[in-house]
Design a protein around this ligand. Structure first.
Ligand SMILES: Cc1cc2nc3c(=O)[nH]c(=O)nc-3n(C[C@H](O)[C@H](O)[C@H](O)COP(=O)(O)OP(=O)(O)OC[C@H]3O[C@@H](n4cnc5c(N)ncnc54)[C@H](O)[C@@H]3O)c2cc1C
Length: 411
């Protein structure tokens, strides 16, 4: 597909900078498939490891997408739990883990494409697997070599699923989870307000605040900690309800020193969030791809060219937004224009997901609201991605773009 296929640019046009753009190896694909008319999404084939992604693409097409409404409306132990198990059995929880520990050792582009692919097929599967994927990164940096040697092969083989609970560290005011040093380790008390996949996970990475305001990150296994730790009932949600997200309360939970992953000043999280602004665009971009996929199917079914043109336009915007996000990655965090561009890319991805899902609703008509119809699900998922890993800067950029007159007017 060439540039002329981008019929409109609705939101503030994305500019590609000179300089940092060189860090990005190749333009995302805007080429056409061998058949001619349908655009190829995302990365050029050479940029991702297709051997690693082959089974993921098969699962997405043959299992996850066809059952996405069922997963959305079901329990964590139903379709979504089965999907997570299939990914675990196929080794995808070792996607980012080094082959030395039995993982796939996938490069960044392949991992991002995996995230988009999962989110495009089934939002609750994409999000839940991502939360249960987090352990590898944290434990990979553990000071204890024994912990790394013991846990990473288990994560890679999908034999241990490790979640994450630290978004509460971003909240202002009194800390929600506190840690204090005791003999042989730390003692932790408080409530983590959001922990996804509670029934499925065997362990999680917990963030807690120390008396001096620094942050402690620790590996917490469920087994053996039942007396000091309990998960609440699953929080009823309008979206991601099947992700089994709960509050977890800890009362004098003992964490041995060799389960401590890091002690960092609070500024390190702020810096990490700053450098990671564009790191969270892949779920919403995947969701937008899900809507594009749906629009193309509908265009074929109803023979309506406008749906195809809408899908083509969104495809261009998705590719441009991804390009911008990759260009303004955390590697550019010290450049003067970084913050503006990174926030623009993040907010654009959020709005793009919502607009593409909204277009799917508009194209479908009243049946879009049936619970067995993809558009209503995609729209709820798109809205959910608005707040994932939200910081006050991201919130502000999202509101700015939502209220920007440029966003909704034709040039
Ligand atoms: C279904 C679901 C599943 C989730 N699963 C997980 C999970 O598995 N693990 C996990 O760690 N998190 C999880 N989250 C948390 C998610 O990432 C957070 O919702 C998101 O980071 C926003 O934070 P918050 O909900 O705590 O909102 P808020 O407390 O409102 O914070 C949002 C942002 O605004 C800022 N802010 C808030 N109040 C003020 C103020 N008065 N002044 C200045 N700034 C302010 C905060 O510092 C923060 O940066 C989940 C959330 C949902 C909805």
């Amino acid at each position: 597909m060439n540039e002329n296929a981008c019929h409109r640019k609705k939101c503030t046009p994305i500019r590609t900078p000179s300089g940092p753009g060189e860090a990005f190896p190749q333009e995302p694909s805007r080429s056409t498939s061998a058949g001619g008319s349908s655009p190829v999404f995302g990365y050029n084939r050479g940029m991702v490891n297709e051997q690693i992604l082959r089974e993921a693409r098969r699962l997405a097409d043959e299992v996850f997408r066809p059952h996405a409404q069922e997963a959305d409306q079901g329990e964590v132990t139903g379709q979504v739990g089965q999907n997570v198990r299939m990914l675990a059995d196929a080794g995808y929880f070792g996607l980012g883990i080094s082959p030395e520990f039995g993982g796939m050792g996938a490069d960044d582009a392949t991992r991002r494409e995996f995230t988009e692919l999962m989110a495009s097929a089934c939002g609750v599967t994409g999000f839940t697997q991502q939360q249960l994927h987090a352990g590898g990164g944290f434990v990979g940096g553990a000071p204890s070599q024994e912990l790394r040697r013991e846990k990473l092969p288990l994560f890679a083989a999908g034999k241990e699923l490790c979640g994450v609970a630290f978004s509460h560290l971003r909240r202002p005011g009194a800390p929600m989870v506190r840690a204090e040093r005791v003999s042989g380790g730390f003692q932790i008390s408080g409530t983590a307000p959001w922990v996804t996949g509670w029934t499925l996970l065997d362990s999680f990475i917990l963030g807690a605040t120390l008396p001096n305001g620094a942050h402690l990150f620790a590996y917490i296994p469920k087994a053996g900690n039942e007396a000091a730790m309990s998960g609440g009932p699953h929080i009823p949600l309008a979206v991601m309800n099947a992700s089994d997200t709960v509050e977890v309360t800890m009362t004098n939970l003992f964490v041995p020193q060799d389960h401590v992953l890091s002690e960092r000043p609070a500024d390190a999280l702020r810096r990490g969030d700053f450098c990671g602004i564009t790191g969270h665009v892949f779920l919403p971009l995947g969701c937008a791809r899900g809507s594009v996929h749906y629009l193309r199917q509908l265009a074929e079914k109803r023979g309506d060219d406008q749906f195809t043109r809408a899908a083509d336009d969104f495809t261009c915007e998705i590719d441009a937004c991804r390009h911008e996000a990759l260009t303004w990655s955390g590697a550019c965090a010290d450049l003067p224009d970084y913050k503006e561009h990174a926030l623009q890319a993040r907010a654009t991805a959020i709005l793009l997901a919502v607009r593409a899902a909204h277009a799917a609703v508009a194209a479908t008509g009243g049946s879009a609201h049936r619970l067995d119809s993809p558009p209503q699900r995609l729209l709820r998922e798109a809205i959910f991605y608005t707040t994932i890993a939200q910081t006050s800067d991201v919130r502000s950029a999202t509101l700015d773009l939502l209220t920007s007159p440029d966003c909704w007017q034709a040039p």
